[in-house]
Design a protein around this ligand. Structure first.
Ligand code: CA
Length: 234
């Protein structure tokens, strides 16, 4: 059997915490529990989880703050985060925030719904991780040998373009702002001008498109970039 998926549950309500742990373990997950934001950040650093279920109303560091800090760290930069939000205004507000969460579930929710959403998030992330190969449209990236192919053709990329493409391929169709790409590719502690992202995206496009090949990178005006095959496939 494959190694069980390790879920970090961050929730301060003891009853919900126990219910989540019980149901997730029954489903075959390995579960760690944190009861506040600070503990979550410590646990995630000690043993980086495969998946994080994060309540947004937490003592100490809030769910939003925890999410941002996890995204700024190398080990948890791409870890799927499903955020639990309260019904009403609060959940609308959080959806509008740029938290970096992969999905949101509004309380109260059923365990069946939660488990289904976690499975969906893992399906999106796992196929690539399992074989260290990412596939998007006709682009295939081998993350071990650092080779990229488009169709039968080898694509030669510089290290920065490789990391940008890797990040986009891990989250197909998701739009990333220049700042998010900077954080993901250069790290949040490095000062790089946002315009630099445009330069590298330009190089990446040039390497990916030869002859009449379709441009797989969608520029979203004043928002950022996404790798998008669904909208461009002929
Ligand atoms: Ca809470």
């Amino acid at each position: 059997m494959a190694k069980p998926t390790h879920v970090l549950v961050v929730e301060d309500e003891a009853a919900l915490n126990e219910l989540l742990k019980y149901n997730l373990e029954k489903e075959g997950y390995r579960v760690s529990v944190a009861v506040d934001g600070d503990e979550a950040l410590v646990l995630a650093e000690e043993t980086p989880p495969d998946l994080i279920v994060l309540d947004w109303m937490l003592p100490k560091a809030s769910g939003v703050e925890v999410c941002r800090r996890l995204r700024a760290r190398q080990e948890t930069r791409n870890t799927p985060i499903v955020m639990l939000t309260a019904r009403g205004e609060e959940s609308d507000r959080i959806r509008g925030l740029d938290t970096g969460a992969d999905d949101y579930i509004t309380k109260p929710f059923s365990m069946v719904e939660l488990l289904a959403r976690l499975r969906a998030v893992m399906r999106r992330i796992r196929p690539g991780l399992a074989e260290d190969k990412l596939v998007a449209g006709d682009i295939v990236m081998d993350r071990v040998s650092h080779r990229v192919k488009r169709g039968a053709r080898d694509v030669h990329l510089g290290p920065t373009e490789f990391r940008i493409l890797e990040h986009l391929m891990q989250h197909p169709s998701r739009v990333f702002s220049r700042e998010q790409l900077l954080d993901a590719v250069w790290g949040s502690d490095v000062y790089v001008e946002a315009r630099t992202v445009d330069v590298h995206i330009g190089r990446l496009r040039k390497a990916l498109m030869v002859g009449d090949e379709i441009d797989p990178i969608r520029t979203v005006r004043s928002a950022g970039y996404a790798l998008d095959f669904e909208t461009v496939s002929a």
